[in-house]
Design a protein around this ligand. Sequence first.
Ligand code: NAD
Ligand code: FE2
Length: 388
Amino acid sequence: MTDGIKPFSFDTPGSMLVEWGGAKRMGELLSAWFPERNLLIVTDKFLHENGLLDPAVASLKAHGFTVTVFDDVVADPPEAVLMSCVERAKAAGADVVMGLGGGSSMDIAKLVAVMLVSEQPLSELYGIGKVEGKRTPLVQVPTTAGTGSEVTNITILTTGETTKMGIVSHQLYADRVLLDAELTVGLPPVQTAATGIDAMVHAIEAFTGQHKKNMMSDVFAKEALRLMTANLITACQDGTNRAAREAMLLGANLAGQAFSNSPVGAVHALAYPLGGHYHLPHGLTNALMLGPVLRYNMTAAASLYAELADVVVGPSEEGTQAKSANFVNFMQDLMDRSGAPLKLRDVNVPEADLPMLAKDAMLQTRLLVNNPVEVTEKDALALYREAY
Ligand SMILES: NC(=O)c1ccc[n+]([C@@H]2O[C@H](COP(=O)([O-])OP(=O)(O)OC[C@H]3O[C@@H](n4cnc5c(N)ncnc54)[C@H](O)[C@@H]3O)[C@@H](O)[C@H]2O)c1
Ligand SMILES: [Fe+2]
């Protein structure tokens, strides 16, 4: 007799539409999805000013929607941005919310949908499962193939000079998700690389998670990694390549579903202090730490990395340790070719700060416990030195 399946749960948004060019018929889609007609779009200035929203907004107006655009979202959004978005949404009488942008815009949209109807103060929402009651209808439309925020129940806010805090609650799962890869065509090569590497890290870390890894998160993680490793370089080199953009967006989405159910580990734990102190983009910070952490985990996680080698390199007759090394080398080579900056020194992190970063990384206990190998402060410092 075998042991059977270890019990697990798997949560994700109820409905996803994958359609190239789907944003152009946003009005038609939203009128079928929701009875509400007063929409708030949460986005950032760059996307707004560059016309990325225009086809969607034109379609929405043609279908009778009142549309308010909040475009003050910034990367790693602080609490103040959220609060001014809530104020704007209330003043406009919004009754349905759309996040249209990268992870930052989608994160804010989730909480605005909650705070439009909830009396709970923001300070009471931090942590796991603290949100009570319902929210307004919520649709998410990613424009980066990265965070997978469109399918996660997490919002990350910047709460102080260098600190970020998370809100994790079931209500943050969207009602509807539109994956229109045409929206990602204009993402520049370096951002395509960095956000794509972030998404690949989600898949790898979900697959090697110590506690919540399960049969469904494994399926999503493997397919995510297969799609993205095969398409990252093409998407970086030829942003207009439809097949590559579609594979990256779907891959990032699958990876998001994987890590929303089996949380990330040491790459993210070591990446967060870099974002906090130097305001480096989230994807880039992951790209900087991935190589060192993969090598650090390579022996302990050998059987899992060997399984991933079968997915990204192809099956072979080699032993587990050799396959694990193949996987790590494959990922390092992919990163080298992607064009993302790969060393802390290249992004002006002062060498003297490394001990402080290692100390800070130890605060990410929520993530470090998921890593296949323990990471002490001394180990973290060695990893930052390797990344330097
Ligand atoms: N909720 C989650 O599960 C989760 C997970 C990881 C990270 N995050 C958060 O997500 C944020 C990072 O998200 P991100 O990496 O998607 O970046 P982002 O949303 O911060 O956007 C980065 C930049 O890319 C630009 N951009 C976005 N789409 C574009 C397009 N199609 N063409 C041209 N430019 C485009 C934006 O205008 C912006 O300047 C951080 O705030 C991070 O904390 C959330
Ligand atoms: Fe991430």
